[in-house]
Design a protein. Structure first.
Length: 277
């Protein structure tokens, strides 16, 4: 399903939600209270500005007695998009965010990945998959990276642990290209990147990937990812704690200037190996 038709389908979801809610004679605030979100969120669902998570769609069905229509619509729309179910909502939120801050302990974040790096990751995770399947995954990843090239791109700040630069995903040539790509984005002032060096030692959120997102007219969120699962939170207390951890990591990292020097130095270290292979 193309992006335009997918958006139109979500608009249908929102229109149907509004119609069913009004037929039931309840306000956005009242429905929000029943499904444990704000009335403002219900309004954003109805305008297709934000997409509900599956559990919210299920609670809407219960609240409006709609015999599972919103759960079925949600599953159909998520199935027809190029991301795993647990990440689909996050990909939508990335496009709405005014600021994205990431901490990457072992892998370069998706928004910074080159096609070759993404392909190497997906092949490692799906060694027996067909070429067509892997290419579909790669296309979804590359489509996301275009966000940082848009004129309306969010402010993007990432902290990479040195580990993410030293693991030779795809081999030396792929890694040199990946680090060159990151350095180019930094020099073009499209992103702010810092490196957390090995010498830092212990630090907050060791080994835990983290993505913080802020929005113009919605509460901030934090996303963390595990094995075949992801957790998206907007509970204010948890988001505040995550922000504090991220600030500590950022304070312990190298300055952007020193980080750029290290990134370019590691890229150069990969080149002799790339030429000999």
């Amino acid at each position: 399903m193309a992006n335009g038709s997918r958006q139109a389908a979500w608009e249908f979801f929102g229109t149907e939600l509004k119609r069913r809610r009004e037929d039931a004679g309840i306000t956005q605030v009242e429905l929000g209270a029943r499904v444990f979100v704000s009335g403002g969120y219900i309004g954003q669902f109805e305008q297709a500005i934000r997409k509900p998570q599956l559990d919210v769609a299920q609670r809407i069905d219960d609240a409006l007695q709609t015999d599972g229509i919103f759960e079925r619509l949600w599953k159909k729309l998520i199935k027809d998009q190029p991301y795993t179910e647990y990440f689909a909502h996050v990909a939508e939120l990335e496009r709405l965010a005014t600021e994205i801050c990431e901490y990457a302990p072992t892998v370069v974040p998706g928004l910074l990945q080159t096609r070759e790096y993404a392909q190497a990751l997906f092949l490692a995770g799906n060694p027996l998959a067909t070429h067509e399947y892997v290419e579909e995954l790669v296309k979804g990843r590359v489509d996301r990276t275009r966000l940082l090239k848009d004129a309306t791109r969010p402010l993007y700040w990432a902290v990479l642990h040195e580990t993410a630069m030293r693991i030779p995903v795809g081999g030396p040539a792929v890694m040199a290209g990946e680090l060159d790509h990151i350095a180019a984005l930094m020099r073009e002032r499209k992103v702010m990147i810092q490196v957390l060096p090995f010498a830092t030692g212990a630090h907050p959120s060791m080994g835990k990937q983290m993505k913080l997102m802020e929005f113009e007219d919605a509460p901030p969120t934090v996303y963390t990812e595990g094995v075949f699962s992801g957790t998206l939170l907007d509970e204010p207390v948890l988001v505040k704690r995550s922000r504090a951890s991220y600030d500590h990591i950022r304070a312990a990292a190298l300055s952007p200037e020193a980080s750029l020097d290290l990134i370019e130095s590691v890229a150069e270290d990969y080149r002799p190996c790339a030429k000999s292979t």
